[in-house]
Design a protein around this ligand. Structure first.
Ligand SMILES: Nc1ncnc2c1ncn2[C@@H]1O[C@H](COP(=O)(O)OP(=O)(O)OP(=O)(O)O)[C@@H](O)[C@H]1O
Length: 239
């Protein structure tokens, strides 16, 4: 009688790459930073988008029929947020009216470049864009302010102005909510900063997914649980 030979299941197809641990059909394309699973491109997109959908649903971030502005800086986080929100809005029928809202601080060589990205996103994603500038709101660009006060504390001024500008822009768009691209890494950074500063009040507030609910326009962070590395990978895997 012939002896039975146990066939060990193959972890890879001979090219050194493992099978995707989710679908077990395709080759893994990456080791997912959040879970360290080896997964394929298609499963990465599916889990990345599904997790954000779950965050939106479980935290009741939006209500059907709401007008939502996406704070669009032209950077990676808000660009991916604009794309994913518009996809999920269609796929899951959230019934949201989405807008892009950009603040032009008037910083030559920085914001003017990223505003070009936002203008491209307006066309690509079919989302109406509103640009609101420091010059129009306050009569000064950030470049002019820096010429007057120098570089010391200019980031603090700029942060306060931007916050207010986003509120003014959101009011002009008559939106119910403002969504920003703050991600899990940003929140971890803010937690550490507030610990070092001993700012207990901010420390308790800074992890909320929605803030300003008592004010005119609440803000929310759909990427609160999304790792920055995965936001970077998301558009790269597509290219
Ligand atoms: N000029 C701006 N106009 C509109 N929204 C902005 C602007 N700057 C920042 N935001 C909003 O605030 C979020 C956090 O901004 P931050 O300056 O920390 O940039 P970031 O973490 O690099 O994000 P991004 O990659 O989107 O620029 C952004 O994702 C965006 O939603």
């Amino acid at each position: 009688m012939e002896k039975a030979v146990a066939v060990k299941p193959q972890k890879n197809g001979g090219d050194g790459r493992r099978q995707c641990s989710i679908c077990n059909q395709r080759r893994a394309a990456l080791k997912r930073p959040k879970t360290l699973e080896q997964i394929c491109r298609e499963c990465f997109y599916a889990v990345f988008e599904e997790e954000i959908h779950r965050v939106i649903v479980d935290n009741h971030l939006f209500k059907p029929g709401e007008r939502v502005a996406i704070g669009a800086s032209g950077g990676k986080d808000s660009t991916v947020l604009a794309y994913v929100l518009s996809e999920l809005n269609q796929r899951h029928d959230y019934g949201l009216d989405l807008f892009l809202l950009s603040v032009d601080e008037g910083i030559t060589g920085y914001r003017d470049d990223s505003l070009e990205t936002v203008k491209r996103n307006e066309i690509q994603y079919g989302l109406p864009l509103k640009v609101i500038s420091y010059k129009d709101l306050y009569g000064w660009t950030m470049d002019e302010i820096v010429k007057m006060i120098g570089l010391k504390n200019n980031c603090t001024f700029c942060g306060v102005f931007r916050r207010q500008a986003l509120d003014r822009g959101a009011a002009l768009l008559k939106v119910d909510k403002l969504a920003t691209g703050h991600n899990a890494d940003d929140i971890a950074e803010t937690v550490l900063l507030n610990i070092l500063r001993g700012d207990i009040a901010r420390l308790s507030r800074c992890t909320y997914i929605t803030t300003g609910e008592d004010g005119p326009i609440p803000r929310c962070k759909p990427f609160k649980y999304t790792y920055e590395k995965e936001i970077v990978i998301y558009p790269l895997l597509n290219s």
